[in-house]
Ligand binder design. Sequence first.
Ligand code: NAD
Length: 426
Amino acid sequence: MAEKKGATAELCEVTSHFEEVRNRIDSICRKMHIDDGITAKLRYCKRELTVNFPVKMDNGTIRIFTGYQVEHNTDRGPGKGGIRYHPDVNLDETKALAAWMTLKCAVVNVPFGGSKGSVACNPKKMSINELERLTRRYASEISIIIGPESNIPAPDVGTNPQIMAWIMDTYSMNRGYSVLGVVTGKPLEIGGSKGRFGATGRGCAICSQLAAKHLGMSLDKATVAVQGFGNVGSTTAGLLSGYGSRIIAVSDSSGGIYNPKGLDIKNLLRHKKETGSVIGFKDGDNITNAELLGLECDILVPAALEGTLCAPNASSIKAKMIVEGANGPTTVEADRILSEKGTLVIPDILANAGGVVVSYFEWVQGTQSFFWCEDEVNSRLQEIMDNAFHEVLEVSQREKVSMRDAAYMLAIDRIARAIQIRGIFP
Ligand code: NAD
Protein backbone atom coordinates (compact mmCIF):
# COMPACT_ATOMS: atom_id res chain seq x y z
CA MET A 1 0.00 0.00 0.00
CA ALA A 2 1.39 3.42 -0.97
CA GLU A 3 2.21 5.97 1.72
CA LYS A 4 -0.71 8.16 2.65
CA LYS A 5 -0.06 11.84 2.21
CA GLY A 6 -1.10 15.12 3.67
CA ALA A 7 -1.73 15.34 7.39
CA THR A 8 -3.59 18.32 8.79
CA ALA A 9 -3.40 19.26 12.42
CA GLU A 10 -6.10 20.75 14.62
CA LEU A 11 -9.81 20.53 14.08
CA CYS A 12 -12.23 23.38 14.36
CA GLU A 13 -13.94 25.29 17.10
CA VAL A 14 -16.77 27.56 16.09
CA THR A 15 -18.25 29.70 18.86
CA SER A 16 -21.64 30.21 17.22
CA HIS A 17 -22.79 28.66 13.95
CA PHE A 18 -25.88 30.89 14.00
CA GLU A 19 -23.69 34.02 14.27
CA GLU A 20 -21.72 32.78 11.23
CA VAL A 21 -24.93 32.39 9.18
CA ARG A 22 -26.16 35.78 10.38
CA ASN A 23 -22.91 37.43 9.36
CA ARG A 24 -23.11 35.88 5.91
CA ILE A 25 -26.77 36.96 5.56
CA ASP A 26 -25.86 40.49 6.69
CA SER A 27 -23.02 40.89 4.24
CA ILE A 28 -25.05 39.54 1.29
CA CYS A 29 -28.06 41.74 2.19
CA ARG A 30 -25.76 44.77 2.32
CA LYS A 31 -24.26 43.89 -1.05
CA MET A 32 -27.76 43.52 -2.54
CA HIS A 33 -29.14 46.68 -0.86
CA ILE A 34 -31.90 44.64 0.80
CA ASP A 35 -34.24 46.66 3.02
CA ASP A 36 -32.93 46.84 6.64
CA GLY A 37 -36.23 45.52 8.04
CA ILE A 38 -36.15 42.46 5.79
CA THR A 39 -32.50 41.85 6.67
CA ALA A 40 -33.45 42.06 10.36
CA LYS A 41 -36.25 39.52 9.81
CA LEU A 42 -33.74 37.05 8.36
CA ARG A 43 -31.39 37.64 11.30
CA TYR A 44 -33.94 36.11 13.72
CA CYS A 45 -35.63 32.72 13.96
CA LYS A 46 -39.42 32.98 13.93
CA ARG A 47 -39.97 30.44 16.71
CA GLU A 48 -37.58 28.61 19.05
CA LEU A 49 -38.94 25.84 21.22
CA THR A 50 -36.85 24.07 23.90
CA VAL A 51 -38.31 20.96 25.51
CA ASN A 52 -37.00 19.03 28.52
CA PHE A 53 -38.82 15.75 28.70
CA PRO A 54 -38.60 12.42 30.59
CA VAL A 55 -38.01 9.02 29.03
CA LYS A 56 -38.24 5.72 30.85
CA MET A 57 -35.06 3.77 30.13
CA ASP A 58 -34.94 -0.05 29.80
CA ASN A 59 -33.48 -0.41 33.33
CA GLY A 60 -36.52 1.33 34.83
CA THR A 61 -34.82 4.70 35.54
CA ILE A 62 -36.17 8.00 34.21
CA ARG A 63 -33.84 10.27 32.21
CA ILE A 64 -34.50 13.84 31.20
CA PHE A 65 -33.59 14.72 27.60
CA THR A 66 -33.41 18.18 26.03
CA GLY A 67 -34.70 18.79 22.53
CA TYR A 68 -35.29 21.78 20.26
CA GLN A 69 -37.56 22.69 17.37
CA VAL A 70 -36.83 25.92 15.52
CA GLU A 71 -38.61 27.65 12.64
CA HIS A 72 -36.36 30.19 11.00
CA ASN A 73 -38.64 31.54 8.29
CA THR A 74 -41.93 30.50 6.68
CA ASP A 75 -42.52 33.30 4.17
CA ARG A 76 -42.22 30.98 1.15
CA GLY A 77 -44.15 28.04 2.68
CA PRO A 78 -44.13 25.62 5.63
CA GLY A 79 -40.91 25.25 7.60
CA LYS A 80 -38.89 22.27 6.40
CA GLY A 81 -35.86 20.65 7.99
CA GLY A 82 -34.45 17.50 9.51
CA ILE A 83 -34.31 16.26 13.08
CA ARG A 84 -30.87 15.48 14.48
CA TYR A 85 -30.10 13.07 17.33
CA HIS A 86 -26.56 13.73 18.57
CA PRO A 87 -25.00 14.30 22.02
CA ASP A 88 -23.61 17.74 21.07
CA VAL A 89 -26.71 19.46 19.65
CA ASN A 90 -27.75 22.79 21.14
CA LEU A 91 -30.10 25.67 20.39
CA ASP A 92 -27.48 27.73 18.52
CA GLU A 93 -26.64 24.87 16.13
CA THR A 94 -30.33 24.10 15.57
CA LYS A 95 -31.02 27.77 14.73
CA ALA A 96 -28.13 27.79 12.22
CA LEU A 97 -29.40 24.58 10.62
CA ALA A 98 -32.92 26.07 10.39
CA ALA A 99 -31.58 29.22 8.70
CA TRP A 100 -29.59 27.15 6.18
CA MET A 101 -32.84 25.29 5.38
CA THR A 102 -34.62 28.58 4.57
CA LEU A 103 -31.82 29.49 2.17
CA LYS A 104 -31.58 25.99 0.67
CA CYS A 105 -35.30 25.72 -0.11
CA ALA A 106 -35.09 29.10 -1.82
CA VAL A 107 -31.99 28.15 -3.88
CA VAL A 108 -33.77 25.13 -5.38
CA ASN A 109 -37.04 27.08 -5.45
CA VAL A 110 -39.25 24.60 -3.58
CA PRO A 111 -42.17 26.21 -1.71
CA PHE A 112 -40.84 25.74 1.81
CA GLY A 113 -39.26 27.84 4.51
CA GLY A 114 -36.65 26.61 6.97
CA SER A 115 -36.84 24.75 10.26
CA LYS A 116 -34.85 22.18 12.22
CA GLY A 117 -35.22 19.91 15.22
CA SER A 118 -32.78 18.12 17.48
CA VAL A 119 -32.45 16.07 20.64
CA ALA A 120 -29.27 15.84 22.72
CA CYS A 121 -28.82 12.07 22.97
CA ASN A 122 -26.57 9.32 21.68
CA PRO A 123 -28.79 7.04 19.57
CA LYS A 124 -25.91 4.55 19.18
CA LYS A 125 -26.01 3.91 22.95
CA MET A 126 -29.81 3.51 23.21
CA SER A 127 -31.92 0.40 22.64
CA ILE A 128 -34.57 0.44 19.91
CA ASN A 129 -37.32 0.60 22.59
CA GLU A 130 -35.66 3.57 24.33
CA LEU A 131 -35.32 5.34 20.97
CA GLU A 132 -38.98 4.75 20.21
CA ARG A 133 -40.09 6.14 23.60
CA LEU A 134 -37.76 9.14 23.25
CA THR A 135 -39.02 9.84 19.72
CA ARG A 136 -42.71 9.55 20.59
CA ARG A 137 -42.33 11.83 23.62
CA TYR A 138 -40.28 14.39 21.67
CA ALA A 139 -42.87 14.27 18.85
CA SER A 140 -45.63 14.96 21.39
CA GLU A 141 -43.68 17.84 22.91
CA ILE A 142 -43.07 19.54 19.53
CA SER A 143 -46.52 18.70 18.10
CA ILE A 144 -47.62 22.25 18.97
CA ILE A 145 -45.41 23.59 16.19
CA ILE A 146 -45.17 20.79 13.61
CA GLY A 147 -47.81 19.87 11.03
CA PRO A 148 -48.21 19.15 7.30
CA GLU A 149 -48.99 22.80 6.56
CA SER A 150 -46.74 24.45 9.13
CA ASN A 151 -43.47 22.67 9.85
CA ILE A 152 -42.45 19.32 8.34
CA PRO A 153 -39.49 17.38 9.81
CA ALA A 154 -37.29 14.82 8.00
CA PRO A 155 -34.25 12.67 8.87
CA ASP A 156 -30.85 14.20 9.61
CA VAL A 157 -27.77 12.93 11.47
CA GLY A 158 -28.71 10.12 13.87
CA THR A 159 -32.31 9.76 12.66
CA ASN A 160 -33.80 7.54 9.95
CA PRO A 161 -37.07 6.46 8.24
CA GLN A 162 -38.13 4.35 11.26
CA ILE A 163 -37.88 7.43 13.51
CA MET A 164 -39.95 9.40 10.98
CA ALA A 165 -42.55 6.59 11.09
CA TRP A 166 -42.84 6.90 14.90
CA ILE A 167 -43.24 10.68 14.62
CA MET A 168 -45.91 10.29 11.92
CA ASP A 169 -47.73 7.68 14.02
CA THR A 170 -47.58 9.73 17.25
CA TYR A 171 -48.86 12.86 15.50
CA SER A 172 -51.58 10.85 13.73
CA MET A 173 -52.77 9.14 16.95
CA ASN A 174 -53.31 12.55 18.51
CA ARG A 175 -55.26 13.77 15.46
CA GLY A 176 -57.35 10.59 15.12
CA TYR A 177 -56.41 9.98 11.47
CA SER A 178 -53.26 9.31 9.45
CA VAL A 179 -51.35 12.46 8.56
CA LEU A 180 -48.85 11.46 5.86
CA GLY A 181 -47.57 14.98 5.28
CA VAL A 182 -46.33 15.70 8.82
CA VAL A 183 -42.87 14.25 8.10
CA THR A 184 -40.89 13.22 5.02
CA GLY A 185 -38.21 10.57 4.69
CA LYS A 186 -40.81 7.99 5.81
CA PRO A 187 -40.59 4.28 4.93
CA LEU A 188 -42.23 3.46 1.56
CA GLU A 189 -44.97 1.40 3.28
CA ILE A 190 -46.46 4.52 4.92
CA GLY A 191 -46.16 7.13 2.20
CA GLY A 192 -42.42 7.54 1.72
CA SER A 193 -41.09 8.47 -1.70
CA LYS A 194 -39.00 6.22 -3.87
CA GLY A 195 -35.53 7.73 -4.16
CA ARG A 196 -35.77 9.78 -0.92
CA PHE A 197 -33.19 7.82 1.08
CA GLY A 198 -30.34 8.47 -1.34
CA ALA A 199 -31.60 11.82 -2.64
CA THR A 200 -29.12 14.07 -0.81
CA GLY A 201 -26.16 12.01 -2.01
CA ARG A 202 -27.64 11.92 -5.53
CA GLY A 203 -27.91 15.72 -5.47
CA CYS A 204 -24.23 15.93 -4.39
CA ALA A 205 -23.23 13.58 -7.20
CA ILE A 206 -25.22 15.66 -9.74
CA CYS A 207 -23.51 18.85 -8.50
CA SER A 208 -20.11 17.13 -8.72
CA GLN A 209 -20.85 16.18 -12.34
CA LEU A 210 -21.97 19.71 -13.26
CA ALA A 211 -19.06 21.35 -11.45
CA ALA A 212 -16.55 18.96 -13.03
CA LYS A 213 -17.93 19.82 -16.46
CA HIS A 214 -17.62 23.52 -15.61
CA LEU A 215 -13.95 23.04 -14.61
CA GLY A 216 -13.22 20.79 -17.61
CA MET A 217 -12.40 17.94 -15.21
CA SER A 218 -13.34 14.43 -16.33
CA LEU A 219 -15.21 12.73 -13.54
CA ASP A 220 -14.18 9.27 -14.73
CA LYS A 221 -10.56 10.12 -13.96
CA ALA A 222 -11.23 12.09 -10.78
CA THR A 223 -10.04 11.08 -7.32
CA VAL A 224 -12.43 11.67 -4.42
CA ALA A 225 -12.19 11.79 -0.60
CA VAL A 226 -15.38 11.66 1.45
CA GLN A 227 -15.51 12.70 5.11
CA GLY A 228 -18.54 11.12 6.84
CA PHE A 229 -19.71 7.74 5.52
CA GLY A 230 -23.36 7.94 6.59
CA ASN A 231 -26.41 8.40 4.38
CA VAL A 232 -25.10 11.39 2.41
CA GLY A 233 -21.41 10.43 2.21
CA SER A 234 -21.89 6.76 1.31
CA THR A 235 -24.52 7.51 -1.37
CA THR A 236 -22.32 10.21 -2.92
CA ALA A 237 -19.31 7.87 -2.85
CA GLY A 238 -21.33 5.03 -4.41
CA LEU A 239 -22.71 7.19 -7.23
CA LEU A 240 -19.37 8.88 -8.01
CA SER A 241 -17.69 5.49 -8.05
CA GLY A 242 -20.41 4.39 -10.52
CA TYR A 243 -19.47 7.37 -12.73
CA GLY A 244 -15.91 6.02 -12.81
CA SER A 245 -14.31 8.25 -10.15
CA ARG A 246 -11.75 6.71 -7.77
CA ILE A 247 -12.85 7.01 -4.13
CA ILE A 248 -9.44 7.07 -2.44
CA ALA A 249 -10.56 7.73 1.14
CA VAL A 250 -13.65 7.81 3.33
CA SER A 251 -14.13 8.30 7.05
CA ASP A 252 -16.64 8.20 9.87
CA SER A 253 -16.56 9.33 13.49
CA SER A 254 -14.10 6.50 14.35
CA GLY A 255 -11.53 7.41 11.67
CA GLY A 256 -10.83 6.91 7.99
CA ILE A 257 -9.63 4.40 5.42
CA TYR A 258 -7.36 5.17 2.48
CA ASN A 259 -6.42 3.38 -0.72
CA PRO A 260 -4.89 5.44 -3.55
CA LYS A 261 -6.01 2.76 -6.04
CA GLY A 262 -9.64 3.25 -5.02
CA LEU A 263 -11.97 1.70 -2.45
CA ASP A 264 -14.72 -0.75 -3.35
CA ILE A 265 -17.75 1.09 -1.93
CA LYS A 266 -20.10 -1.93 -1.84
CA ASN A 267 -17.58 -4.01 0.13
CA LEU A 268 -16.86 -1.04 2.39
CA LEU A 269 -20.57 -0.60 3.14
CA ARG A 270 -20.74 -4.31 4.05
CA HIS A 271 -17.68 -3.91 6.32
CA LYS A 272 -19.26 -0.86 8.02
CA LYS A 273 -22.51 -2.75 8.55
CA GLU A 274 -20.68 -5.70 10.10
CA THR A 275 -18.20 -3.78 12.29
CA GLY A 276 -19.90 -0.40 12.84
CA SER A 277 -17.06 1.60 11.22
CA VAL A 278 -15.00 1.94 8.04
CA ILE A 279 -11.73 1.49 9.93
CA GLY A 280 -10.03 -1.87 9.68
CA PHE A 281 -11.28 -2.40 6.10
CA LYS A 282 -8.90 -4.97 4.60
CA ASP A 283 -8.32 -3.18 1.29
CA GLY A 284 -7.01 0.08 2.73
CA ASP A 285 -4.89 1.81 5.39
CA ASN A 286 -6.39 3.48 8.44
CA ILE A 287 -6.01 7.27 8.46
CA THR A 288 -7.31 10.02 10.71
CA ASN A 289 -10.09 12.41 9.73
CA ALA A 290 -7.58 15.28 9.75
CA GLU A 291 -5.33 13.36 7.33
CA LEU A 292 -8.25 12.69 5.00
CA LEU A 293 -9.02 16.40 4.66
CA GLY A 294 -5.45 17.11 3.54
CA LEU A 295 -5.20 14.34 0.92
CA GLU A 296 -4.14 15.06 -2.65
CA CYS A 297 -7.41 14.57 -4.59
CA ASP A 298 -9.67 16.24 -7.14
CA ILE A 299 -12.91 16.32 -5.12
CA LEU A 300 -13.37 16.53 -1.36
CA VAL A 301 -16.86 15.84 -0.03
CA PRO A 302 -17.31 16.87 3.62
CA ALA A 303 -20.45 14.92 4.58
CA ALA A 304 -20.26 14.74 8.38
CA LEU A 305 -20.97 17.75 10.59
CA GLU A 306 -20.63 21.54 10.46
CA GLY A 307 -17.40 23.44 11.09
CA THR A 308 -15.07 20.76 9.68
CA LEU A 309 -13.08 23.01 7.36
CA CYS A 310 -11.69 25.98 9.28
CA ALA A 311 -8.69 28.29 9.39
CA PRO A 312 -6.21 25.76 10.89
CA ASN A 313 -6.78 23.14 8.17
CA ALA A 314 -8.09 25.06 5.12
CA SER A 315 -4.64 25.95 3.79
CA SER A 316 -3.59 22.28 3.71
CA ILE A 317 -6.59 21.22 1.62
CA LYS A 318 -5.36 20.14 -1.82
CA ALA A 319 -8.66 19.20 -3.47
CA LYS A 320 -9.53 21.23 -6.59
CA MET A 321 -13.21 21.16 -5.76
CA ILE A 322 -15.22 20.83 -2.54
CA VAL A 323 -18.80 19.58 -2.70
CA GLU A 324 -20.46 20.27 0.64
CA GLY A 325 -22.61 17.26 1.50
CA ALA A 326 -22.84 18.37 5.13
CA ASN A 327 -24.59 21.51 6.32
CA GLY A 328 -22.16 24.29 7.22
CA PRO A 329 -18.90 22.33 6.95
CA THR A 330 -16.83 25.41 5.99
CA THR A 331 -16.30 28.37 8.32
CA VAL A 332 -16.24 31.93 6.95
CA GLU A 333 -12.46 32.11 7.47
CA ALA A 334 -11.85 28.77 5.72
CA ASP A 335 -14.03 29.94 2.85
CA ARG A 336 -11.82 32.98 2.40
CA ILE A 337 -8.64 30.85 2.41
CA LEU A 338 -10.11 28.37 -0.10
CA SER A 339 -11.30 31.17 -2.36
CA GLU A 340 -7.78 32.71 -2.36
CA LYS A 341 -6.35 29.31 -3.29
CA GLY A 342 -8.83 29.08 -6.20
CA THR A 343 -10.64 26.00 -4.84
CA LEU A 344 -14.15 25.72 -6.30
CA VAL A 345 -16.60 25.26 -3.42
CA ILE A 346 -20.11 24.03 -4.23
CA PRO A 347 -21.95 25.32 -1.16
CA ASP A 348 -24.13 23.21 1.12
CA ILE A 349 -27.33 25.13 0.36
CA LEU A 350 -26.98 23.94 -3.25
CA ALA A 351 -24.91 20.73 -3.06
CA ASN A 352 -26.98 18.92 -0.42
CA ALA A 353 -30.40 20.23 -1.50
CA GLY A 354 -31.32 16.94 -3.22
CA GLY A 355 -32.80 15.64 0.04
CA VAL A 356 -35.22 18.50 0.52
CA VAL A 357 -36.18 18.41 -3.16
CA VAL A 358 -37.27 14.76 -2.88
CA SER A 359 -38.85 15.53 0.52
CA TYR A 360 -40.93 18.09 -1.37
CA PHE A 361 -41.83 15.37 -3.90
CA GLU A 362 -42.79 13.07 -1.01
CA TRP A 363 -45.00 15.75 0.53
CA VAL A 364 -46.68 16.41 -2.87
CA GLN A 365 -47.19 12.67 -3.49
CA GLY A 366 -48.66 12.18 0.01
CA THR A 367 -51.02 15.14 -0.39
CA GLN A 368 -52.30 13.72 -3.69
CA SER A 369 -52.11 10.04 -2.57
CA PHE A 370 -50.48 9.40 -5.93
CA PHE A 371 -46.98 7.95 -5.95
CA TRP A 372 -44.33 8.15 -8.65
CA CYS A 373 -41.84 5.55 -9.90
CA GLU A 374 -38.17 5.97 -8.98
CA ASP A 375 -37.17 7.04 -12.49
CA GLU A 376 -39.67 9.88 -12.36
CA VAL A 377 -38.39 11.01 -8.94
CA ASN A 378 -34.77 10.88 -10.10
CA SER A 379 -35.36 12.66 -13.38
CA ARG A 380 -37.35 15.47 -11.69
CA LEU A 381 -34.55 15.76 -9.11
CA GLN A 382 -31.97 15.95 -11.90
CA GLU A 383 -33.94 18.74 -13.59
CA ILE A 384 -34.27 20.84 -10.40
CA MET A 385 -30.61 20.38 -9.40
CA ASP A 386 -29.48 21.18 -12.95
CA ASN A 387 -31.55 24.39 -13.03
CA ALA A 388 -30.43 25.48 -9.56
CA PHE A 389 -26.75 24.80 -10.33
CA HIS A 390 -26.89 26.84 -13.53
CA GLU A 391 -28.84 29.67 -11.89
CA VAL A 392 -26.21 29.90 -9.14
CA LEU A 393 -23.37 29.69 -11.68
CA GLU A 394 -24.98 32.44 -13.73
CA VAL A 395 -25.19 34.78 -10.68
CA SER A 396 -21.62 33.85 -9.73
CA GLN A 397 -20.30 34.77 -13.19
CA ARG A 398 -22.45 37.89 -13.58
CA GLU A 399 -21.65 39.30 -10.11
CA LYS A 400 -18.08 37.92 -10.03
CA VAL A 401 -18.66 36.24 -6.66
CA SER A 402 -18.10 32.74 -5.27
CA MET A 403 -20.70 30.01 -5.80
CA ARG A 404 -21.59 30.36 -2.09
CA ASP A 405 -22.22 34.10 -2.30
CA ALA A 406 -24.15 33.54 -5.53
CA ALA A 407 -26.35 30.88 -3.88
CA TYR A 408 -27.00 33.24 -0.94
CA MET A 409 -27.84 36.07 -3.36
CA LEU A 410 -30.28 33.93 -5.34
CA ALA A 411 -31.94 32.66 -2.14
CA ILE A 412 -32.13 36.01 -0.37
CA ASP A 413 -33.58 37.67 -3.47
CA ARG A 414 -36.39 35.06 -3.54
CA ILE A 415 -37.08 35.27 0.20
CA ALA A 416 -36.98 39.08 0.28
CA ARG A 417 -39.44 39.25 -2.63
CA ALA A 418 -41.80 36.86 -0.79
CA ILE A 419 -41.64 39.01 2.36
CA GLN A 420 -42.23 42.17 0.35
CA ILE A 421 -45.17 40.77 -1.63
CA ARG A 422 -46.85 39.28 1.47
CA GLY A 423 -46.33 42.44 3.52
CA ILE A 424 -45.96 42.60 7.28
CA PHE A 425 -48.98 41.49 9.36
CA PRO A 426 -51.14 43.27 10.55
P1 NAD B 1 -25.60 10.16 9.10
O1 NAD B 1 -25.86 10.09 10.55
O2 NAD B 1 -26.22 9.13 8.21
O3 NAD B 1 -24.03 10.15 8.80
C1 NAD B 1 -23.12 11.01 9.41
C2 NAD B 1 -21.75 10.37 9.25
O4 NAD B 1 -20.75 11.28 9.68
C3 NAD B 1 -21.58 9.10 10.06
O5 NAD B 1 -20.88 8.13 9.27
C4 NAD B 1 -20.69 9.55 11.22
O6 NAD B 1 -19.90 8.50 11.76
C5 NAD B 1 -19.84 10.58 10.52
N1 NAD B 1 -19.19 11.53 11.42
C6 NAD B 1 -19.66 12.14 12.53
N2 NAD B 1 -18.72 12.92 13.08
C7 NAD B 1 -17.63 12.80 12.28
C8 NAD B 1 -16.33 13.38 12.29
N3 NAD B 1 -15.97 14.24 13.24
N4 NAD B 1 -15.49 13.04 11.31
C9 NAD B 1 -15.86 12.18 10.33
N5 NAD B 1 -17.06 11.61 10.26
C10 NAD B 1 -17.93 11.92 11.23
O7 NAD B 1 -26.03 11.63 8.65
P2 NAD B 1 -26.36 12.16 7.21
O8 NAD B 1 -27.84 12.18 7.07
O9 NAD B 1 -25.51 11.46 6.21
O10 NAD B 1 -25.91 13.68 7.35
C11 NAD B 1 -24.57 14.11 7.15
C12 NAD B 1 -24.54 15.60 6.90
O11 NAD B 1 -25.37 15.90 5.78
C13 NAD B 1 -25.08 16.47 8.05
O12 NAD B 1 -24.40 17.69 8.06
C14 NAD B 1 -26.53 16.70 7.64
O13 NAD B 1 -27.08 17.85 8.25
C15 NAD B 1 -26.36 16.86 6.15
N6 NAD B 1 -27.56 16.65 5.36
C16 NAD B 1 -28.26 15.49 5.44
C17 NAD B 1 -29.40 15.31 4.65
C18 NAD B 1 -30.18 14.02 4.63
O14 NAD B 1 -31.09 13.90 3.80
N7 NAD B 1 -29.85 13.05 5.43
C19 NAD B 1 -29.84 16.36 3.84
C20 NAD B 1 -29.08 17.54 3.76
C21 NAD B 1 -27.95 17.67 4.54
